[in-house]
Design a protein around this ligand. Sequence first.
Ligand code: HEC
Length: 151
Amino acid sequence: MYKIQKKIIITSVVIAFFVGASANAQHYQQNIDKNSLVTFKHIMQGLLSETKMITQGIILEDFTLINDATENIINHPKPAMSQRKKLMKALGDDIATFKGLDHIVHRGAMKIQQAAKDKNMVVVIAEYQKLITGCQSCHSTFKARLSKALL
Ligand code: HEC
């Protein structure tokens, strides 16, 4: 008798856990979709303005401007779930290459920011070049193909 009771309790706990977890997952997913209407293109347009700001910061030797612009690149908004799904589908096995190029830009922005904090313009420019190369490499490899897939 005791054994059966124990089994029932364990089973109900397990069921409760799964029901709870899936409700939570659904809630989470809805939250992401509702809150984020950000398209990949929006993020890219933001990256361009921030990159222009870095250029301006270099020309005017304004390290604060460089610092702020890189901060916005490092913490750029995440694309909406629907956009991410399209991206993954279109990328297939090329996802690693894509992520690698994304990583170059992120790391570049972090290095530029550190150099701006150190007020070291030589390093800012060296890292800026790597960042731009990262933008351009991804565009020449993926932009045409993904532009279509992201519509
Ligand atoms: C990992 C890949 C990747 C990297 C890195 C990347 N881009 Fe892009 N970019 C794309 C893709 C894909 C598109 C096409 C998006 C679309 O059409 O929806 C794009 C489009 C753009 C556009 C055109 C947006 C429009 O209005 O059509 C701009 C501007 C842009 N990127 C700027 C940048 C800048 C600046 C950087 C670097 C700081 C950068 N991108 C880095 C993949 C990348």
